[in-house]
Design a protein around this ligand. Structure first.
Ligand SMILES: [Zn+2]
Ligand SMILES: [Zn+2]
Length: 334
């Protein structure tokens, strides 16, 4: 099989031909049909995640078909359409797992980091992290929903916002363009916030009923004109650009952060207490959440905007994602 490997941190992808792997007990082999490229793939490329064993094939937005079953697997059949996202395994014994909270498992495994992921024609995954892919979604469409999709969908559905509430999505990019669609499909009054006017037309097409240009408008003031946002879903990485939305939250409003960044957000207690606002961060979700994301997307018409490239062009696709030029998710096809 063909795989695109990171041989060692900060080196270009290397095209390799490897033996097709055999699934162990409780595992399945997936024939990968599409794999989305996520910004977090840089953790493998840069060696920024502790303990990665190289060479490693990245990729945690994997859509394909079940190709072979390891011993003891009874939950899926060969030929089933299935996907794997960030949640690639849990130990079943830690404090989180004992509470059924598998996404926060202390020994969580991640495809493309803990083991070879979807930048490959075949991969092995535990059977209990597979999510069924509805027929209405192509493999290319399903792939980005398994990280970018689940992250925004699962965060929003747990945000406490109810139909009719004001939900703003900060950033119209890989995560944001999905966040807008989910917010609208869930019945929220959806506001998009981004720099400049370039993305306004698209944001409105995706379902935003208002658009705020954060460069030239007072974001807090504009949100307060709507009565304040019950939830702001932040998909961006700049703390400085996120901070102003705190002033635009409604009473009991929530800043919901899914854009993984090391950049601090300024939270001033004296300005927050009076309106009981809160900040919450959210990590994607488990296989069950992936299944819900895919089903909801299929039934509500939410689709990622993608650009596909063949597996062999992983370097070019990855570089395009990293440069910010992707509109909006790059997907490798096999
Ligand atoms: Zn991801
Ligand atoms: Zn655990």
């Amino acid at each position: 099989m063909r795989a695109m490997l990171v041989r060692s941190p900060q080196t270009p992808f290397e095209s390799a031909v490897l033996p097709i792997p055999e699934p162990g007990p409780g595992e399945v082999r997936l024939r990968v049909r599409a794999c989305g490229i996520c910004h977090s793939d840089m953790l493998t490329v840069f060696g920024a995640w502790p303990g990665i064993a190289y060479p490693r094939a990245p990729g945690h937005e994997v859509a394909g078909t079940v190709d072979a079953l390891g011993s003891g697997v009874t939950t899926v059949e060969v030929g089933a359409r299935a996907g794997v996202g960030w949640h690639g395994g849990h130990d079943g014994t830690c404090r989180s797992c004992m509470r059924g909270d598998f996404i926060t498992c202390k020994k969580a495994r991640i495809p493309g980091i803990s083991y070879d992921g979807g930048y490959s024609e075949y991969m092995i995954a535990p059977a209990n992290v597979l999510a069924p892919i509805p027929d209405a979604l192509s493999f290319e469409e399903a792939a980005p929903l398994l990280c970018a999709g689940i992250t925004t969908y699962n965060a929003l559905r747990h945000s406490g916002a109810r139909a009719g509430d004001v939900v703003a999505v900060l950033g119209v990019g890989g995560l944001g363009h999905l966040g807008i669609q989910y917010a609208r499909a869930m019945g929220f009054a959806t506001i998009a916030i981004a720099r400049g006017r370039d993305k306004e037309e698209l944001a409105r097409k995706l379902g935003a009923t208002d658009y705020i240009d954060s460069q030239n408008e007072d974001v807090a003031e504009r949100l307060q004109a709507h009565g304040g946002a019950n939830v702001v879903l932040s998909t961006i990485t700049s703390g400085k650009a996120t901070t102003p939305v705190l002033g635009g939250l409604a009473i009991d409003g929530k800043l919901l952060v899914v854009g993984a960044s090391m950049d601090p957000i300024d939270f001033v207690a004296a300005r927050a207490i009076g309106s009981r606002i809160s900040v919450q961060a959210w990590p994607s979700g488990t296989a069950a959440d992936s299944a819900d994301t895919l089903r909801f997307s299929a039934q509500s018409g939410v689709r990622p905007m993608i650009e596909t490239m063949p597996l062999e062009r992983a370097q070019e696709a990855y570089d395009k994602m990293m440069s910010g030029a992707a509109r909006f998710r790059m997907v490798l096809t096999m």
